[in-house]
Write a protein that binds this ligand. Sequence first.
Ligand code: ZN
Ligand code: ZN
Length: 148
Amino acid sequence: MKPQRLIPLKYFIPAHSPYRPFNLTCPVCEHSSSFSEHMRLNTSNGCVYLWAYQCQDCGKKRNSDEVQENGVTVALQEPCDCGGQFRRDRNIFCPNCHYRKSKENCRSEKLTVTKEEMEQINQRNGTEEMTLPFGKSEEFEWVVDSAN
Ligand SMILES: [Zn+2]
Ligand SMILES: [Zn+2]
């Protein structure tokens, strides 16, 4: 019999401050990873903010100070070594086995969002259920959270 799990919720990088990181210990491969919105570096020229992204193909993390002029930056122009796109506006997935990765994890021409759209992403964090099926979903039997 497959182990029962509640349908996972979506989590987004910008909703997690460095003081409240999203710690994902993968229930499939047991890999641990931690995601938070930014890192602050103190340099001789002052503070530098590095924003966190995840490659939507291989799952690798990258920090970048890249900022687009016309909105809140959610994707990097430079691709990952694997050719994938780094984004921070999509559901976080396991970088090791891709558990929690879904069709949503793909590239888009859209590199920025408005402040209001970023607000919406933060509100969806931990409140919106993932749509089945997604990667590795065959490992578990999914049950609906009866508390909702
Ligand atoms: Zn990649
Ligand atoms: Zn995993």
